[in-house]
Design a binder for this molecule. Structure first.
Ligand SMILES: [Cu+2]
Length: 135
C-alpha cells in the first residue's frame, strides 16, 4: 500500500513538473515574432533619385532600416552599391533594372557597414549610406 502511494505521488509530481516546464519554456516562434517586430522598428528612409543625383546623397541609418529609392525624374535611374560595375560593396543592394519615373526600389540594410552607392546608368551620381548599430 505504502509503495503504491509513493508511486502515485511520484507520477503526480512528474506531471506537475511537466506542466510547469511546458508553461514557462520558450514558445516556438517566439524569436521569429520578435524579429518580425524589429523589422518595423525604424521608419523607412526615402532617397529621391533626381536629374542631379540622390537626395539626400548621404544618410546614416540603424541596422534593419529599409531605404526606398524613389525616381522623381523623367529619366531612368538604377541605384546600386559600389563599386561600379560589379556592385559588391553591399551584396544585394542593386535594383538590377532601371527604375522609371514614379517607381521605386527598396532595400533593407541588415549589416553594419558603409555602403557607397551610385546610379548605375550614370555612375558619376554617387552617395553614401552608413549603416550602424545605433539605438
Ligand atoms: Cu554600377
Amino acid at each position: 500500500m505504502y509503495n503504491i502511494n509513493k508511486w502515485v505521488i511520484t507520477v503526480i509530481v512528474l506531471i506537475v513538473i511537466g506542466v510547469l516546464v511546458n508553461k514557462y519554456a520558450p514558445v516556438p516562434g517566439g524569436i521569429q515574432e520578435r524579429q518580425t517586430l524589429s523589422q518595423g522598428a525604424f521608419p523607412t528612409q526615402i532617397i529621391e533619385m533626381t536629374k542631379s543625383g540622390f537626395v539626400p546623397e548621404n544618410i546614416v541609418i540603424p541596422v534593419g532600416t529599409t531605404v526606398q529609392f524613389v525616381n522623381t525624374d523623367t529619366e531612368l535611374h538604377w541605384p546600386a552599391s559600389g563599386e561600379h560595375p560589379t556592385h559588391q560593396a553591399c551584396p544585394g543592394f542593386d535594383a538590377f533594372s532601371p527604375i522609371a519615373q514614379g517607381q521605386f526600389y527598396e532595400f533593407t540594410f541588415r549589416e553594419a557597414r558603409v555602403c557607397p552607392m551610385h546610379d548605375h546608368l550614370n555612375p558619376s551620381l554617387e552617395g553614401l549610406i552608413t549603416v550602424g548599430n545605433f539605438q
